[in-house]
Every structure is written in C-alpha cells, then in structure tokens.
Design a binder for this molecule. Structure first.
Ligand code: DP6
Length: 359
C-alpha cells in the first residue's frame, strides 16, 4: 500500500452542519517506537497493547463555511485551549491532501481525557486518534456511507500517525503492530494493523497498572527525543534490536512464555531510556522512584515467581504489566509496596482493550 490509497473518495453528500464523537484509548508499547524519518514514518516496527481506561473523548462540530483556510477552535474540558491549536493546525496541514473538506468547514473540537491532565500520561495518542476518527466519520458521511470498515480504520490510523506516530496504534486492539516487518505480512509504516497471528490466552486481558511517579511536564518532548535519534551513535543497532524483538515476540505470543515476554519487554523499556541517556544532548526521564519501583518489582519476582514486569514510556511513570490470573496478588503487592513511590499514592488501573468506539 502507498499514500495514494488514502487520497479522498468522491463526496456526494455534504451537509451544512453536524457533529461526530469518538472515544479513543491510549496504548502502551511493548517494542518501542523511538526514531522516525519524515512524515512520521518509523525507523523500526513497534507493537503495543491498546489500553481501556485511559482514553480521550472528542466531539467535532462542523459547519459549512465560505473562503479558504482553516477555521477551528479547540476546547479541553469545555475551556478554550489555544495552546493546542498550533499542533492541530500543523496536523491539518499534514493531512489536507487526504481530506479536502478541512478548508470547507468551520470546526469546534471539544476534547476531554479520562486521566488527569497533570498525570504525565501523554494524551497525544488517544487525542490524535480520536480526532482522526472524527474526521473519518465525516469523510464516510460525505461519501454517502460508501467506505468499508477496513478502509475506514486503515485511513483513521494513517491520519492519526500524521498527528502523532504512536496514535496510529490506538484505533483497534488489543495488540497492534506498526511498521513494516518481514515476518508480519500486511504490516506497514503507514498505519497500524491488528496483530495477525495466534495469541496465547496468557495474554488475554493483560493488566497494566500505571504508577504516577512524577506528574510534572517532561523536560524533553517525544518529538525532540525522536529527533535526537538522527545522529545517534547507537541508532542503527537499536533499530535492529527492536526488529529482532518483534520476531522473538511472535513466538512468545504464540507459546505464552511469560519469562521470555518479560525479558523482551523490560529490555525494550531500558533500551528506550538508554537511547535518551546516550543521545547528544543527553537526558534522563526516570526519577529515583522509577528505579525504586523497578527494584521492588525484580525483588518481588525473585521472591514469589510472579510474572509481573514493567515497561516505561517517555517519562518517569512505570507501567506495571501482569497476567490477568495474577490480578489479586499483584494488586496487593502494588498497594503494599509500590504506591508509596507514587505522587500522592496515585495510580491508574488499566488493562488491554479492544480499541476506539464511536459515541
Ligand atoms: C516512547 O508517538 O509521542 O511512547 O510521533 O513525535 O508524536 P511523535 O511521538 P510519540 O512517541 C512515542 C514514543 C514512546 C514509544 C512508543 O509509544 O512506541
């Protein structure tokens, strides 16, 4: 598939005004996307669990307008959020060839997140995917409904990617692959696809408790971090490692080997942060409490044989991953040993989910 597959369809029905709404979840990468080239094309394949409880809800009201140019306003929790508007404008610029109606309508975009703004959880994946889905609902309507479910989802993911790379993995669930990989037929750099092979029941309803270790603004954004991979001395090896980890995970998903899963997932998290520590300029997003949590998880695993493990995104928070069968025991471990390292003891209980929903 190429970009031309996503050029606009024929619009036969363009109402004067209306409104669409989507709820779209966040996702957590098991094999990380870190490094991209132009147009948000990834340097390696990544795979993620789609989440359930961390989501954005976005409503797009549209009204036909005259004249060229964009006309839109963004509201977060019903309050105008002008700070978000340049990013949305840039997103519109990137996708306008694929959605020519962007200049024909005025939009009011209302969004809210299920997680607190200050939680340190990035809203770009859930927010951009929700927005992309709203835009696709409009396109489908303008095409008189003439758009298959598969094309709708692929194009929504394609558009979401142009908003924020990882957002393309938030349309469907529970396991999404993004980035072309020789072992995964149908995988593409352009959009995310549902993981196409067998998945062992050990991974059903996989749990992710997100420990809010640090809620502050990140000192380095993901976009800047990706950019630092450009002249990074270890970049080529890192991209190769990620692609090898995808190959290994295919076996692991099939046979349910949780020890191998843990090794891949924790190594990926640490490689991501190792890239940050070895770029120029270098930076560290982990906090002392991030390391405390990791240490406790390793200790607990040693003591009990539990299959709990951790992963990290581009921040200090820790995602504690564990099979559904260990829900009780790990929840009680988190309560007794880990929440003391969270800001005000706060955490979010989440699990793998099935993707976005139209509201
Ligand atoms: C560490 O998707 O936020 O979470 O494409 O610049 O918007 P942009 O970056 P973003 O990067 C996410 C990086 C990550 C790993 C991952 O989700 O795979």
């Amino acid at each position: 598939m190429s970009e031309t597959n996503f050029l606009p369809g024929t619009y036969t029905h363009q109402p004067q005004n209306g409104s669409v709404s989507w709820r779209s979840p966040s996702n957590i990468a098991l094999v990380k996307y870190w490094g991209k080239h132009v147009d948000q094309l990834p340097k390696n394949t990544s795979v993620s669990f789609t989440l359930s409880n961390c989501f954005s809800e976005t409503t797009m009201q549209y009204r036909k307008k005259d004249g060229a140019g964009y006309d839109f306003e963004v509201y977060l929790d019903e309050k105008r959020e002008e700070g978000f508007e340049p990013k949305i404008g840039q997103f519109f610029d990137r996708i306008k060839n694929y959605l020519p109606f962007l200049e024909q309508y005025a939009f009011r975009i209302d969004t809210s997140n299920s997680f607190p703004h200050s939680s340190g959880i990035a809203s770009s994946a859930s927010g951009m995917s929700a927005l992309a889905l709203c835009l696709m609902s409009l396109e489908r309507e303008f095409m008189g409904g003439e758009l298959s479910e598969e094309k709708f989802k692929n194009k929504a993911s394609f558009l979401a990617r142009l908003g924020s790379g990882s957002a393309c993995r938030s349309i469907d669930g529970p396991l999404i692959v993004w980035g072309e990989h020789p072992d995964i037929e149908g995988s593409s750099d352009l959009f995310g696809i549902e993981y196409p092979f067998d998945v062992h029941p050990n991974f059903s309803n996989y749990r992710d408790t997100i420990l809010l270790v640090d809620k502050g603004e990140k000192q380095v954004s993901s976009t800047v971090g990706h950019g630092l991979m450009k002249n990074h001395p270890y970049a080529a090896v890192r991209f190769e490692q990620a692609n090898k980890n995808i190959t290994r995970l295919i076996d692991v998903f099939r046979n349910g080997n949780l020890d191998a899963f843990i090794e891949i997932v924790e190594s990926e998290a640490l490689q991501l942060h190792a890239m940050m520590m070895t770029s120029l300029p270098y930076f560290i997003l982990m906090k002392p409490n991030t390391l405390e949590v990791i240490d406790r998880i390793w200790q607990f695993r040693n003591d009990t044989g539990s299959k709990v493990c951790f992963t990290l995104d581009a921040g200090a928070n820790v995602h504690v991953l564990y099979p559904d069968s260990e829900k009780e025991v790990v929840t009680s471990f988190i309560g007794s040993e880990l929440t003391q390292f969270c800001k005000n003891g706060s955490f979010i209980d989440d699990k793998a989910g099935t993707g976005a929903q139209s509201l």
